[in-house]
Design a protein around this ligand. Structure first.
Ligand code: ADP
Length: 286
């Protein structure tokens, strides 16, 4: 049996089309088009590519691109002043500080200045706390994209064994909490987990976000399981993830490809968050 491939590109296209429709409705109802302020500090080429893609997607969805770029040598006060300006600007629905920032800046202190209602990456302490308490708030884009994929492919979560590999603030931790919110029985693995493959074999739903190419092989997968690969690594033969997809596909029921799985969902969910933020700010619920 070869696993069904979860088509993240197609699902992301649907999400983006829905967001574009939502933007149209917001404007038709007398509201203002959402504005996304991506903030890039310095000239890291990978970050430049990510930011460019986010800006393009934002414009394609009918949103206003309010991108800002600061040189690599700005000091903390200058960077903080920009975040404060965007925080106060009613045209700005969402602020996305592209990480990593240059090493001599305190990124956490900058994130802390983003108002929770404009925190479209879901990374502020307040939004992380709201998620931990199961209360409404803006959720981190990558794990919420994974939830949309699981739902689109009718993967049952209630009472299911879910294993998350990785406990980062960006992916692993919020991923575990989102699965818990949906009544899965959740286990989180990390670099000190004693027998990774053994724990992973429990999973009906296995989400891998460890940042290690090919970490999860077929021996770590229960027959029929759904395996979601959040990793992305540039190698000699193109992109690959944290999962040895070719081998795992012979055991799993469903798998995500790299590229074309989780990746496209992240930007789609950023757009969805930006629309939600604008709706809430304009008094339209969300
Ligand atoms: P991401 O942002 O994709 O989650 P990070 O590099 O920030 O990636 O985090 C990597 C996570 O993966 C950490 O939480 C770490 O504990 C976990 N991890 C690293 N190595 C292993 C391993 N060998 N087995 C399981 N988990 C691991």
């Amino acid at each position: 049996m070869t696993a069904q491939v979860i088509d993240g590109t197609a699902v992301a296209r649907h999400v983006r089309a829905d967001v574009a429709k939502g933007v149209e409705q917001l404007v038709a109802g007398g509201g203002t088009a959402p504005g996304l302020a991506t903030v890039l500090i310095g000239d890291d080429p990978a970050s430049e590519v990510y930011v460019r893609n986010k800006r393009r997607a934002c414009v394609a969805a009918g949103m206003t691109d309010l991108h800002r770029h600061l040189p690599a040598d700005v000091d903390q006060a200058q960077a903080a002043a920009l975040v404060d300006e965007l925080a106060a600007d009613p045209a700005v629905s969402g602020i996305l500080l592209q990480l990593p920032t240059p090493a001599d800046l305190d990124a956490e202190a900058l994130l802390a200045r983003i108002p929770a209602e404009k925190d479209v990456d879901g990374l502020t302490t307040l939004n992380a706390g709201l998620l931990a308490q199961g209360r409404p708030g803006l959720r981190p884009c990558t794990p919420s994209g994974v939830m949309v994929l699981l739902d689109q492919y009718d993967v049952p979560l209630q009472g299911a064994e879910a294993v998350v590999v990785g406990r980062s603030v960006l992916v692993g931790k919020p991923m575990a909490q989102l699965l818990l919110e949906r009544n899965a029985t959740v286990t989180t693995c990390h670099s000190r987990t004693r027998d990774l493959a053994e724990v992973c074999r429990r999973a009906d739903v296995l989400v891998v976000a460890a940042g290690i190419p090919g970490l999860v092989g077929a021996d770590a997968v229960k027959p029929g399981a759904t395996v979601i690969d959040v990793g992305i690594h540039r190698g000699e033969n193109g992109l690959r993830g944290d999962v040895d997809t070719a081998a795992v596909a012979e055991v799993a029921g469903k798998t995500t490809p790299v590229p074309g799985g989780v990746g496209p969902m992240t930007i789609a969910m950023l757009l969805a968050n930006t629309l939600t933020a604008a709706e809430v700010q304009q008094g339209l619920g969300g």
